[in-house]
Design a binder for this molecule. Structure first.
Ligand code: ADP
Ligand code: MG
Length: 701
């Protein structure tokens, strides 16, 4: 047996200040990159590489490429025309020549570049005034050209202010050397069976390759396919995230939960009072929820169902089960408007129930708020509906048995997980029902919802007709306005949705105000209302109520109406600048019309000219009314980064994996995770720690 090498300090624990050249100040700066320990440097991968493994003769230079060259200075000139600059011409005996151009230079620099001196440069070649040139190359005076050559490709790391590329390179090189010495440091947790079947290198090899790739790899690195070394790391990272969610689920399911039982007569009475019969899909999903709630382990279930598929009443059945078992239900909606609508529906559905239904949002203040909090704490309120204000610290429940989160896509995965800690009473954890109209493509669901069981309401209530959708250039705006006039003359109502870059609510509201003003001018006989996110809740409510009461014909709105409005007589929707929104979001907006059994229309008023993708995207909406199909297409066209990123706050941040580049890896993650759960459960925690840290929202909830 070989003798073990001397134990080295564990690089996981060594602070970066242990490296030469990294003092307290640099360490503070590196922290901005998430680098604290020596090992963190290893997972800070280069963005790209430079090839300094060979010197290109000057007569072989190609404009547009980057090259390492070496030559002797022929002359150096200061040029006073225009911007002051220094030009230095070099030659290398190959017959070629190259000009080096500097705009920022010191006197010392220009004196250094004396004729005859040998200099090595690295930079991009381009055409200049006098033939080929490099602008501000990195350069070095050398005695021997061999000094310039590097034996691996040179990594280019993402930087932060105050840390130079060369400082980071030096630090990374040291970190790599330290970690490679100590075999336990960057332990390869992945079992061989997962690595071999995929032809992945070991972790050490992978890191070494990525930080110091051999020059032969330069071709492969330039091509679009990621190196196996990189894929391996991305695979491991995805796996860690997936495992973290799964583990969160398993851990949550260890807790006891109240048994919620819904007896048949109570259920029948509730259903009989509804003005409609549940669809088969609603019945199936309600059954799945009932079965979950009868367990003494908490339910964690996601209900996906297209806009208008009738998720709310399914949630109401779950609340009924809680209520009849003596437990409270909290229902959280992402907007006031939606919460208010649920409140109205529930108040109606539970009118006969011997309990109080309450509303709670951030707007509720003073005495009314006190009373609401009191009723939740003493149990006299059986159902509370509200916004995220429901989960503030001041809210205490008497016996919370069920949490319903509606339109989950508006909340991030972290927010959702944080809620799990809320609302435990007497050691029991509430059941959780999460509802979304945003169909998440299966592969992405794995990174978002693998801690949940999924039910799908894949059927719309009978009699719904698809919304006839057309795309119209904004040059034909006048025509569209004419169409509204005609529509309203037939006693129907319509929406006009103004979109704008979503981050700026202020701008979006301003645009809606302007549009409303312009439409009022163009359509003096049409009663026009306006809602946007900056209005007070009471104002919004008044406008919405007027619209519902048919006291208003055309509702101009920002995307706040995406969720929450349900007016059957409104069968026409104009969406301005649809090219700015995701397809799923457009589909949801459009879901506001087509609620009744009359024909309904959606006009996508786009800004010409549309890009090719833009055209394709709108065409998909025209062709399909199926939210899932639309989401899949959106994913294809825009890529997962955007699909997950634009709307959804608090998304998972990856260190290395890239949803775009590494998308095809996702398919294989669930099976790999299962292998680990079944056969190597001991590596779950270390993997999570490596990639996610000790973030409690994932691991401990
Ligand atoms: P979403 O799934 O988008 O949340 P809602 O729960 O708001 O859908 O339901 C949309 C509309 O359809 C509501 O007016 C609701 O009362 C009605 N609805 C729900 N289920 C049925 C059904 N089975 N038959 C007819 N109408 C229904
Ligand atoms: Mg809904």
């Amino acid at each position: 047996m070989r003798s073990e090498p001397q134990p080295h300090p564990d690089p996981r624990l060594l602070p970066v200040t242990a490296l030469n050249g990294i003092g307290a100040q640099s360490a503070a700066r590196l922290e901005k990159l998430g680098i604290r320990h020596v090992q963190d440097l290893l997972f800070h991968l280069p963005l790209r590489y430079q090839d300094r493994s060979r010197i290109t003769p000057l007569n072989q230079l190609l404009p547009g490429t980057t090259a390492l060259v070496c030559g002797r200075v022929e002359f150096t000139d200061q040029i006073q025309r225009g911007r002051n600059s220094v030009i230095c011409r070099i030659a290398d005996g190959s017959g070629g020549e190259l000009s080096l151009r500097f705009f920022h230079f010191s006197v010392q620099q220009s004196q250094q570049l004396k004729p005859g001196i040998q200099i090595g440069c690295f930079g991009e070649i381009r055409y200049g005034f006098a033939g080929l040139e490099m602008v501000h190359p990195e350069y070095r005076l050398v005695d021997d050209p061999a000094q310039l050559i590097e034996h691996t490709l040179t990594p280019v790391y993402p930087l932060t202010e105050g840390i130079s590329q060369s400082a980071l390179r030096k630090a990374a090189r040291q970190a790599l050397a330290l970690c490679l010495q100590s075999r336990s440091a960057i332990k390869d947790w992945l079992p061989a069976e997962l690595l071999q079947s995929r032809d992945y290198p070991s972790l050490q090899e992978a890191l070494q390759t990525l930080h110091t790739p051999p020059p032969q790899l330069s071709g492969q690195i330039l091509s679009a396919t990621p190196l196996p070394a990189l894929r391996r790391l991305a695979f491991e990272e995805f796996l860690a995230h997936h495992l973290a969610l799964l583990q969160g689920k398993l851990a949550y399911k260890q807790w006891p939960a109240p048994v919620l039982h819904l007896d048949a007569p109570t259920k029948q009475a509730f259903l009989a009072a509804l003005p409609f019969r549940l669809t088969a899909a609603q019945q199936r999903v309600a059954g799945e929820i009932e079965a979950d709630c009868r367990q003494n382990r908490p339910m964690l279930r996601l209900v996906q169902g297209d806009v208008g598929s009738g998720k709310t009443v399914v949630a109401a059945l779950a609340a009924l089960a809680a209520l009849s078992s003596g437990y409270q239900t909290a229902i959280m909606a992402p907007t006031e408007l939606l919460a208010e609508q649920h409140f109205r529906n529930f108040s109606h559905w539970f009118a006969a129930a011997p309990t109080r239904i309450l509303f709670l949002s951030g707007q509720l203040k003073g005495k009314p708020r006190q009373h609401t909090l009191q009723a939740l704490a003493d149990g006299s309120a059986g159902i509370v509906i509200g916004t995220h204000a429901l989960f503030q610290d001041s809210v205490h429940f008497h016996k919370l048995g069920l949490i319903v989160i509606d339109e989950q896509h508006r909340f991030g995965v972290h927010q959702r997980l944080a809620l799990r800690e809320k609302g435990q009473t007497g050691g029991l954890r509430p059941h959780q029902l999460i509802m979304t109209a945003t169909p998440i493509p299966r592969t992405l669901a794995m990174l978002q919802y693998s801690d949940l069981d999924i039910s799908v309401i894949d059927e719309l209530p009978p009699g719904r007709k698809p919304v006839a959708t057309s795309a119209i250039s904004s040059e034909r705006r006048a025509e569209v306005i004419g169409r509204i006039e005609h529509w309203v003359a037939q006693q129907r109502q319509a929406y006009w949705v103004c979109t704008l870059i979503e981050e700026s609510e202020a701008l979006q509201c301003e645009a809606a105000e302007k549009t409303a003003a312009a439409l009022r001018q163009a359509l003096p006989n049409v009663r026009i209302g306006l809602v946007h996110g900056r209005m007070k809740a009471a104002e919004k409510e008044a406008v919405m109520q007027a619209f519902k009461n048919r006291d208003c014909d055309l509702l101009v709105a920002t995307t706040v109406i995406e969720v929450g409005v349900d007016v059957a007589n409104a069968g026409l929707m104009v969406i301005e600048n649809p090219e700015r929104l995701g397809l799923s979001q457009l589909h949801q907006l459009r879901g506001r019309v087509g609620r009744g059994n009359q024909d309904s229309y959606c006009l996508l008023l786009y800004q010409a000219p549309l890009s090719q993708t833009g055209k394709q995207r709108l065409a998909i909406l025209k062709q399909s009314n199926d939210g899932f199909a639309i989401a899949e297409k959106d994913l294809e066209l825009r890529g997962p980064g955007e699909v997950m990123g634009t709307r959804q706050t608090g998304q998972i941040q990856f260190k290395i994996a890239d949803l775009e580049r590494d998308r095809e890896l996702l398919e294989s993650i669930p099976a790999a995770a299962q292998t680990i759960l079944d056969r190597h459960p001991e590596i779950i925690q270390p993997l999570i720690e490596r990639w996610i840290g000790r973030s409690r929202h994932y691991a401990e909830v």
